[in-house]
Write a protein that binds this ligand. Structure first.
Ligand SMILES: [Zn+2]
Length: 314
């Protein structure tokens, strides 16, 4: 079993509680830890920079603090490599022991369209940006913003700047209108790192069928997420995750389906999928139900091929 997981908030917990040790072998208060990555053979874990809602005036400094923590506490000792390039990705996938970490940003509030700051984040290894969290910022409206507008002019220019820089784009959390603005503006395929299917569970954070078809058509990816209330309104279980996968497969999504756990961003969990050391049950169910290549695509292959295509060569 190989896993690539497209979203977790471990850095947020580590900022909030600096005593948390990502490499500790005991239960350390984190869902995602290095021993659990090993147990599930997570080859690449995405780590989101997600600022607390308590921060009312986000600044670049806040992002830099996360990036420093990531470099100091996740990728400093050689067991986990920061993935900045296709070379890094291939080295990790070839290696028997080395694992990878991809730094992402969830909510670009502090960037205010500043392209030098965008470049700075890129230089620090950030390779993907979700423009908004749930609410509005200078660039676009999030899915819980009552206005439900799309991208601003400045936000659309930011999409183009990301395309040119090679910064990948994440549409999870965007308003529906903003999603379609991104589909229109982005010259490169984009993804939804942690969203499920609205037709299966009608939560606003989930994607409707037209959005799913668009991501499939454009060569994007959809990270199925383990947030219980995005899986089912009652009794979320691994079976419920399978229903989302079946639905997206029925729309032709075998090459687009991936995983985006949202571990460390949730305070309730799906039974038998309660932390990053527990991917085995889900993998078992996928291999039982689907051809091997489909199961492998969901577990890691579709993230792998996307990153291999979209990351800079070196
Ligand atoms: Zn999120």
């Amino acid at each position: 079993m190989i896993i690539i997981d497209g979203h977790c908030d471990a850095l947020f917990k580590m900022i909030e509680n600096p005593s948390l040790d990502f490499f500790a072998s005991d239960l350390s208060g984190l869902d995602v830890t290095y021993p659990r990555m090993c147990r599930s053979n997570i080859k690449v874990q995405f780590f989101a920079i997600y600022l607390s809602e308590r921060i009312k005036n986000p600044r670049l400094d806040h992002y830099l603090e996360y990036a420093a923590l990531f470099h100091r506490k996740i990728v400093s000792d050689g067991r986990i490599r920061a993935i900045r390039t296709r070379n890094d990705l291939e080295a990790v996938m070839r290696s028997g022991t080395e694992r990878g970490a991809l730094l992402t940003l969830e909510g670009a509030d502090a960037l205010h369209g500043n392209l030098l700051h965008l470049q700075t984040l890129y230089d620090l290894g950030v390779r993907m940006i979700g423009t908004t969290w749930n609410y509005a910022n200078w660039a676009a409206d999030g899915i819980l913003e009552p206005r439900q507008a799309g991208f601003t002019l400045q936000g659309k220019a930011f999409i183009k700047a990301c395309n040119e820089l090679g910064m990948l784009l994440d549409a999870s959390h965007l308003s529906v209108r903003a999603f379609w603005d991104m589909a229109e503006c982005s010259r490169k395929p984009f993804v939804a790192t942690h969203s499920n299917a609205k037709a299966v569970c009608s939560h606003p954070r989930n994607l409707d069928d037209d959005q799913i078809r668009e991501l499939i058509r454009a060569g994007g990816r959809i990270g199925i997420t383990f947030v219980p209330w995005f899986v089912s309104h009652q009794g979320a279980a691994i079976d419920g995750i399978i229903k989302h996968i079946d639905h997206i497969l029925s729309l032709g999504g075998a090459g687009s389906l991936a995983l985006g756990s949202d571990f460390d961003g949730i305070d309730r969990w799906i039974p038998q999928l309660e932390h990053a050391g527990q991917f085995d049950r889900l993998a078992f169910e996928l291999y039982k139900r689907y051809p091997d290549d489909v199961a492998e695509g969901i577990l890691y292959g579709n993230w792998y091929s996307f990153l291999a295509e979209q990351l800079p060569a070196r």
